[in-house]
Design a protein. Structure first.
Length: 127
């Protein structure tokens, strides 16, 4: 059964209400902490608002639950590059590509974030 909080979080995330989505995803996580989709979407929401360390925690939980998901590795690679941990980012990027992530796509976003990380907001002007 899909949590009402998870459904609400997805709706809010689609509307760009990321902080509100995080609140709902956190509630859903309390109900079902071993749910990959909840942890993945929580990580994605934190990544979107620039809470990179927290996104890494949630993507790591998602990977523990489903170690064959290329998107979780790819998103965690982006979070690692945003905080300047190139070594961990490279390891996750390689794993994501081995699991089927498109090399051009992951390289493009990592390059953009790497170029932006000198400022305080790596996602500024990405829109």
């Amino acid at each position: 059964m899909i949590s009402k909080y998870f459904k609400s979080g997805l709706s809010k995330a689609k509307l760009g209400l990321h902080e509100e989505a995080i609140s709902d995803f956190e509630k859903a996580s309390w109900e079902d902490p071993q749910n990959f989709e909840i942890q993945f979407n929580l990580g994605t929401a934190y990544l979107t608002i620039g809470e990179f360390e927290q996104s890494i925690i949630n993507f790591s939980k998602a990977i523990e639950i489903n170690p064959k998901n290329s998107d979780a590795y790819g998103n965690r690679a982006v979070a690692y590059i945003a905080i300047g941990d190139d070594k961990k980012s490279d390891a996750d990027k390689i794993k994501a590509i081995k699991l089927g992530a498109p090399i051009e796509g992951i390289n493009a976003i990592i390059d953009i974030v790497k170029d932006k990380r000198e400022g305080s907001d790596p996602f500024k002007n990405l829109g």
